[in-house]
Ligand binder design. Structure first.
Ligand code: FES
Length: 157
């Protein structure tokens, strides 16, 4: 049985036919829609590499069934830059060397964008420890966390 899921994906209305209700948002994005900026790390909700924004909230796309998202607004890393300009969080990650291999970077950036847009980052203030905790769902195996936290602190202003 085919299910149709209506999404606003990176600002564009999409009606997507799913013939398998078990497909995750992550696999839908990467394998069906060629939006490979969202990364697959653990595929079990532990690393944050697959973080996207769904209706303003950070979501691990590997833990979210696409069939449950009818009517949702989904933003991926591909939806951030506008008119050839990087999103301020993307620019801050470059400015502060908030990456090394880059694999976790899309998830880190989407997480930071949601934190900032939702006001959580402002509530945290200038406390890097609290920000580290708020970003702890996004793991960087290269150990670039220092630059990541500096980037997020900078991007809030
Ligand atoms: Fe989804 Fe690791 S791939 S949390």
């Amino acid at each position: 049985m085919t299910h149709t899921v209506n999404l606003v994906l990176n600002g564009e209305r999409r009606a997507i036919a799913l013939d398998d209700p078990r497909v995750t948002l992550l696999d839908l994005l990467r394998e069906r829609l060629d939006l490979t900026g969202t990364k697959k790390g653990c595929d079990r909700g532990q690393c944050g590499a697959c973080t996207v924004i769904v209706d303003g909230r950070r979501v691990n796309a590997c833990m979210s069934l696409a069939v449950t998202l009818d009517g949702a607004e989904v933003t991926t890393i591909e939806g951030l830059a506008q008119n050839g300009e990087l999103h301020p969080v993307q620019a801050a990650f470059i400015e502060h060397d908030g990456l090394q291999c880059g694999y976790c970077t899309p998830g880190q950036i989407m997480s930071a964008v949601a934190l900032i847009a939702g006001g959580e980052a402002a509530d945290i203030g200038d406390d890097p420890e609290r920000l580290r905790e708020a970003m702890s769902g996004n793991i960087c195996r290269c150990g670039a966390h220092r630059g990541i936290i500096e980037a997020v602190l900078d991007a809030r202003t």
